[in-house]
Design a binder for this molecule. Structure first.
Ligand SMILES: [Zn+2]
Length: 260
């Protein structure tokens, strides 16, 4: 995978900095300034800033997991930049705690809107622009985050909120999990041609992230829990009947947790 695969957005360039086994640390560039989202590895972000000739303007954090915050303190100290993130005592160094609906305006950058999207963790945030959303570990290509805190109803509601954005919205998530997620989707919905086509189009040499939301609605089983084939598959797997899409979602999430 080439370093710093880039995606143009209105007024911005987004660089994918790879780290650890399968993380994407996002670097948003406007002019020669950058915002780092979830800088889990300070060295990886530092090297990218150097290579691109950028100064760090701010850090955004989605949630407290180590692979998302590991580089926060070193980078904030070096660049003396503000750190936006959840109100959560487990994250040291957030000096601009954010709540749902907050707006973040930085020079040269379009305005971001903060969303609280609990489920993967209790205090998880997403950062939204008009044409893109940075979702951390909430929604993945073809899948969604595990429920570490909170409950299935919370994660389902968070995903439904994201899914209601325009289909052209580009989704930037934090891990390259798309292939494994689609393999599970094909087990749940073996007749779904959109899943098969998406698998066929995956290129191991290129990131599958970002992806447009419209394609998720067709192929991401976690956004399709109101669809009869998904409900039928979940009911067959568990030998139970589920009252609504929320119950189907909880069941499919449990199924994925134990799927090998
Ligand atoms: Zn996480």
């Amino acid at each position: 995978m080439p370093p710093f695969a880039r995606t143009p957005l209105a007024g911005l360039t987004v660089h994918a900095v790879t780290a650890f086994a399968d993380n994407y640390l996002w670097l948003l560039q406007a002019q020669q300034r950058a915002i780092a989202i979830d800088p889990g590895d300070a060295d990886a972000v530092h090297d990218a800033l150097q290579a691109l000739g950028l100064t760090l303007d701010a850090i955004f954090i989605t949630h407290h997991h180590r692979d998302h915050i590991g580089g926060l303190q070193a980078l904030a100290a070096r660049w003396r930049c503000p750190v936006f993130g959840p109100e959560d005592s487990r994250i040291e160094g957030v000096d601009r705690p954010c709540r749902d609906g907050d707006r973040i305006a930085r020079d040269d950058f379009p305005e971001f809107e903060v969303w609280q999207v609990p489920g993967h963790t209790r205090t998880h945030l997403a950062y939204r622009l008009d044409d893109a959303i940075f979702v951390g570990d909430t929604l993945f290509g073809g899948g969604c985050g595990r429920i570490f805190e909170g409950d299935a109803a919370q994660l389902h509601a968070s995903l439904q909120r994201i899914a209601a954005l325009p289909g052209t919205t580009l989704v930037f998530c934090s891990h390259e999990y798309t292939r494994a997620n689609l393999a599970f989707a094909a087990v749940v919905e073996p007749g779904n041609a959109a899943v098969a086509e998406r698998v066929r189009q995956l290129d191991p040499q290129r990131p599958s992230v970002p992806f447009a939301l419209a394609g998720e609605l067709d192929s991401n089983v976690f956004l399709r829990c109101a669809e009869p084939p998904v409900r039928a598959a979940a009911e067959a797997h568990f030998g139970a009947s589920f009252a609504d899409a929320g119950a189907v979602f909880a069941a499919v999430r449990r199924w994925k947790d134990t799927h090998v």
